[in-house]
Write a protein that binds this ligand. Structure first.
Ligand code: ADP
Ligand code: MG
Length: 697
């Protein structure tokens, strides 16, 4: 690995490669398309396709695929080979512009939430030239959007690109007011920190729950977990180190800027952080990162768990979405400025985010909702399900002084007048101490900490971009007509702080007192997925999405249904898996052990009639009590499972699964875990938490 610079991006049809391999005018036309988000001129598609194919074949590729991200969250691909018959009965390698630009996967079984049924059975994929093509598994992968023939988005990329367009448009309106006529493009940037677990493959293979659901449905807490905090940033075990090196190398080849790898809080838990990039590329790259983590782990005899909560009682895994806005002229719009003018602009963008987060708590909450993440949010290891914002004491104090027109009492007393005074300097490092906040300002970006580890970051970024775009559009409306710009700006900022400061909370988000306090402030508390998803299709939200052309009404409705349906299905699979494990493994194990205990007692009695077997008998009684309880609770769970479609709406169905099935599973699990603790290890059918968490050396 001594040649990282030449390795980096070697499997990417990058800007450098394009420049090298495309005729000058083709390159220029493609660049225009990429930068201005224009449609690709069909006449150049053939030229680009031919260059791509030659490059890919030189790199050993034999196939190509339109790589896309359906609404289910994973990525999808259908491989076609480049071969095409020639006239002499042989083959030639071919790839046309048409094949590059548009694909028609026979993808009718991807869930569409009912969208396609009413129009066309099939969807098509369309090349997203703003994200580079790459080679993976000897296949040229072309990042694409996936739409129905009537134009409805069937994927996560299309609305993401639309939301980036919305924020680009509105942010430039605001920047024009500050005299930045030269800014041609405002992009959102994202760095997604990814947490994961690594466990030994042989142990994983023994657990049906991990295989079917990605998490353990039973398992007693081991004597040692993460309480000693000796794993966090601890030295990395050799097998994990080998994995990390290999992973970095694979990711670098794909142009992913994997930067930091370290241990996380829980045993067997780790994190990877990339260097940030444009949002749609960051989203594609995070999907690739997750895929590579799984593949590379397999090469090392391990399994990478991306579930949000693989182990009960042990920290789950999240994905921190670091988000900011920057111009094509290189300015980070969330970087506090140095002059009064720059400060005013920073404060306005900051206020847009504050107002957006306060007004759209529902959207931010629901965009991270999933059956898996429900185990994490609010469990005193991850942010609570209540959305709030951390700005740090200094910045909060500055906002207060602006709001009240009073002096800011930092090192020196200053009266802040927006557009006239310079912001007092505040130390950056104090902004990142509070790890309990869902949405934290970390110096020059916001870190959204609610997403779970499996989630595609497309969803959260679609929402972030749209809600901030909407606030910027409102601000631009007000300021474009201002008679006195500075006065209007000052009033706007003061009013925004006054109206929305309730969302700012710098205290401990894990504290129970916060839940009470948040309620007093009128903040939303939506604990589970079925509680929050219905908010997606509220009239207010549909209007917002339609205004910025991010989602149509039918797209919003179909997505809500799809997500609720998915939630119900996940819980159903978990319940069926658990029921199977109890019948086939756990009850037989507990029964065999009970029989052995009974046989032992009888044998002792026969051999030594006066021996005291009270201990064995008491133990046997405890065990049989557990077994009785297992049978009872199993019946409750089995009876709780609804017949498919037996409820009037998918909303009601999801809620039913949460209130009845999930609770029955939890109740059953407590008894299984208590049983595990008293059963002879020779009988217990599964590797324990201790085995799983400390398996990788
Ligand atoms: P830490 O969270 O460990 O303190 P950093 O603050 O350096 O680390 O960054 C965390 C993540 O935030 C990284 O993925 C980084 O690339 C990303 N990041 C840094 N600056 C920006 C930005 N302007 N926009 C988006 N993401 C950013
Ligand atoms: Mg972080």
């Amino acid at each position: 690995m001594n040649n990282i610079p030449s390795l980096f991006g070697s499997m990417v049809f990058s800007d450098t490669v394009m420049k090298e391999r495309l005729p000058e005018d083709t390159y220029a036309a493609l660049k225009r398309t990429m930068e201005a988000g224009k449609h690709l001129d069909p006449s150049i598609a053939d030229v680009v396709a031919a260059a791509m194919k030659d490059w890919a074949i030189e790199k050993g590729a034999t196939h190509f695929t339109h790589w896309f991200q359906p609404m289910t969250g994973v990525t999808a691909e259908k491989h076609d080979s480049f071969i095409s018959p020639d006239q002499d009965g042989g083959v030639i390698m071919e790839f046309s512009g048409k094949e590059l630009v548009k694909g028609e996967p026979d993808a009718s079984s991807f869930p569409s939430g009912g969208l396609r049924a009413t129009f066309e059975a099939r969807g098509y994929t369309a090349w997203d030239p703003t994200s580079y093509a790459f080679i993976k598994d000897d296949t040229l992968c072309i990042p694409t959007a996936f739409c129905s023939f009537s134009g409805e988005a069937l994927d996560k990329k299309t609305p993401l690109l639309r939301s980036m367009e919305a924020i680009n448009r509105e942010a430039r309106r605001v920047l024009r007011l500050f005299g930045h006529e030269n800014v041609k493009m405002v992009k959102t940037t994202v760095g997604a920190e990814q947490e994961y677990f690594l466990i030994d493959e042989k142990l994983y293979a023994k657990r049906k729950d991990m295989i079917y659901t990605g998490r353990t449905l039973v398992g007693a807490k081991p004597p040692k977990g993460q309480e000693l905090e000796d794993h966090y940033f601890g030295s990395i075990k050799p097998r994990v180190m080998a994995f990390m090196h290999d992973l970095d190398e694979e990711l670098w080849k794909l142009g992913v800027l994997a930067k930091t790898e370290h241990n996380e809080a829980a045993p067997a838990q780790h994190e990877l952080a990339p260097i940030y990039t444009t949002t749609n590329i960051a989203t594609d790259q995070n999907q690739l990162t997750m895929e590579m983590m799984k593949k590379v782990a397999a090469r090392h005899g391990m399994v990478c768990l991306l579930h949000e909560k693989p182990f009960k009682g042990v920290n789950g895994s999240g994905k921190h979405n670091n988000w900011s806005l920057s111009t094509d002229t290189g300015i980070n719009l969330l970087e506090p400025g140095h002059s009064p003018h720059d400060n005013a602009q920073f404060l306005l963008f900051l206020c847009a985010v504050i107002k957006a987060v306060d007004e759209h708590q529902d959207l931010l909450r629901l965009t991270v909702a999933s059956a898996g993440n429900d185990h994490r949010l609010g469990a005193a290891e991850a942010p609570p399900a209540i959305v709030s914002m951390f700005l740090g004491d200094e910045l909060t104090e500055i906002l207060r002084s602006i709001e009240e027109g009073s002096a800011y009492d930092g090192k020196e007393k200053v009266l802040m007048k927006v557009g006239v005074h310079t912001l007092p300097r505040f130390p950056k490092d104090t902004t990142d101490r509070n790890r309990t906040s869902p949405f934290a300002f970390t110096g020059n970006k916001f870190e959204f900490r609610m997403p779970g580890s499996t989630l595609s970051i497309a969803g959260p970024n679609i929402i972030l971009n749209t809600i901030v775009a909407d606030e910027l559009s409102q601000f631009a409306d007000a300021l474009e007509h201002a008679v006195d710009f500075n006065t209007t700006l000052q009033e706007l900022i003061v009013k925004t702080i006054k109206d929305h400061k309730r969302i700012i909370f710098n205290g401990n988000g894990y504290d129970d007192a916060w839940v009470e306090e948040a309620q007093k402030r009128g903040l939303l508390n939506l604990p589970g997925t079925p509680d929050c998803l219905p908010y997606f299709k509220s009239e207010e939200n549909v209007t917002l999405f339609e205004k910025h052309r991010v989602f149509t009404r039918s797209e919003v409705i179909s997505r809500t249904e799809l997500l609720l349906d998915n939630y119900a299905k996940v819980i159903r699979i978990e319940a069926l898996t658990l029921i199977g494990m109890i019948h086939k493994d756990i009850l037989p194990a507990a029964g065999s052990y009970a029989k052995e205990l009974a046989d032992t007692i009888n044998a002792i009695r026969a051999a030594a009639p006066t021996a005291d077997v009270a201990g064995e008998e008491a133990h046997l009684l405890t065990l049989t009590d557990h077994i009785t309880s297992l049978y009872k609770k199993l019946a409750v769970l089995e009876n709780s499972l609804p017949q498919t479609n037996s409820l009037e709406s998918v909303e009601a169905l999801a809620m039913y699964y949460k209130d009845h099935v999930l609770t029955a599973m939890e109740d059953l699990r407590t008894t299984v875990d208590a049983t595990e603790l008293i059963v002879d290890r020779r009988f217990w059918p599964y590797p324990t938490y201790g085995d799983l968490l400390f398996s990788v050396k």
